[in-house]
Design a binder for this molecule. Structure first.
Ligand SMILES: [Zn+2]
Length: 425
């Protein structure tokens, strides 16, 4: 590996409270060698001119459905990590609702082995239960030894509170965060979109907001009771934001994320029965959007993750009620965040980077999230003012299910480095 000098970028490193025009020397050892104005690395070190661009710690997506193992026709390690790099992410965290579920140490080891030289680092969340059937707990200590960075139940939320309490007690003992999809499925029933005016107009079955809210409240209370670190996935309702804000005031060991789609879109995206707008939790209302933005601004919402959920065309091209939940996220997240949060002044660039890099690293205790000298050189360079139009045909993902095709966004990745290795975008 050769050293590289990133010259004249706006270096934003929330972990070190740095926001200034400076240079970053990526060392030949794969670590950050030096950070400061007017560095001179000598004539032999190639220079990447970053004038007008932001140099940030590599973005980390805490919430990706990599579809490995078992559904590689939707996404696999090469395509998923290429999509990550193309979106400015240097690390992704894959959720355990695969087929089979990530419920055994051997599956964890296999994913990590496949990802060894991939275009982004891959971290793994282990399943809380065998087959995510929520009847038998997994061997969490084995999963931890194999390398998982958390235990979770995404897409298959644990219904039995006694079972979840036991799971959280084990997580606390093993010092692993519990990564929770908060939803009471009895309330969801066979709903397919947010319950409200738009669902009535479209004649589609609604999912009441209480499905998410009841799940959030119950899980927060169990985290307080067990002392388990709880991370709440994809917060989308104003009540969930309020519950978490309140819980944090009481010192609850809770963190949470939202996704760019919940600040950029509302349930009106379902007009025309666009199945790419069907996701779980569903797109909500303007009032929820405002509350989520407020939660991001005041720090209630710690992180921004994508819930990247690839599906094949034959799965999404059916009637609305039948298609699977989820949309792609990796390749549009940065543009959505800059367009809908940074440009309108909801978050500063430093706050956005904090929520997309520093906070995920802190919550999951993984590498990255900093440009400290000596840290692995995981770096994202992006142009915050670049205007571009989303063209799903150009995505590196294997799938195409995005409601954003043809939408113009501001902010685009220019380069990523993973452990000092420049990834080809
Ligand atoms: Zn989920």
């Amino acid at each position: 590996m050769t050293a590289t000098l990133l010259k004249n970028g706006r270096v934003i490193d929330p972990a070190n409270s740095r926001d200034e025009v400076a240079d970053v020397l990526v060392g030949a050892d794969g670590n950050i060698g030096q950070v400061g104005p007017n560095l001179d690395a000598g004539p032999d070190v190639p220079v990447l001119d970053c004038t007008g661009q932001v140099v940030a710690p590599g973005l980390i997506d805490m919430h990706v459905h990599l579809r490995v193992p078992g559904q590689e026709y939707k996404e696999d390690v090469p395509s998923g990590t290429a999509a990550a790099a193309n979106g400015g992410f240097t690390a992704i965290v894959c959720q355990p609702n695969t087929r089979p579920a990530i419920d055994h140490a051997s599956i964890v080891k296999d994913i990590l082995a496949q990802a060894r030289d991939a275009s982004a680092r891959v971290h793994v969340i282990g399943a809380v239960s065998m087959g995510l059937e929520n009847k038998e707990l997994t061997e969490m200590a084995d999963l931890k030894d194999a390398g998982v960075v958390g235990i979770g139940d995404d897409a298959f939320p644990v219904h039995d509170s006694g079972f979840l309490r036991r799971a959280m007690e084990y997580c606390r003992m093993l010092d692993l965060p519990y990564i929770a999809h908060c939803e009471d499925k009895d309330l969801t029933g066979d709903g397919v979109m947010n319950e409200g005016y738009v669902s009535t107009v479209l004649g589609l079955k609604g999912i009441p907001r209480s499905a998410e809210n009841v799940g959030t409240a119950r899980n927060v209370l169990l985290a307080m009771a067990t002392g388990c670190r709880l991370h709440v996935l994809h917060v989308s309702t104003k009540e969930s934001v309020e519950i978490i804000r309140h819980a944090k005031k009481f010192g609850a060991p809770v963190t949470c994320e939202t996704c760019p789609q919940y600040v950029a879109l509302t349930d009106e995206a379902c007009y025309g029965y666009d199945t790419n707008a069907k996701m779980s939790p569903p797109l909500r209302t303007r009032a929820d959007q405002d509350a989520v933005k407020q939660g991001l601004a005041d720090g209630t919402i710690d992180a921004i993750a994508t819930d990247h959920a690839p599906h094949a065309p034959h799965e999404k091209e059916q009637e609305f009620a039948r298609v699977p939940f989820g949309m792609l996220g990796l390749e549009t997240a940065l543009g959505l965040v800059i367009t809908h949060l940074v440009k309108p002044g909801v978050l500063t660039l430093a706050q956005a980077i904090e929520k997309m890099s520093t906070a995920p690293a802190r919550i999951l205790r993984v590498l990255g999230g900093t440009l400290s000298v000596g840290a692995p050189a995981d770096i994202t360079v992006f142009d915050p003012d670049a205007e571009w139009t989303v063209d799903v045909s150009q995505f590196k993902s294997k799938s195409r299910n995005s409601v954003l095709n043809g939408v113009t966004l501001m902010g685009r990745p220019v380069a990523t480095f993973v452990g000092g290795r420049q990834i080809c975008l």
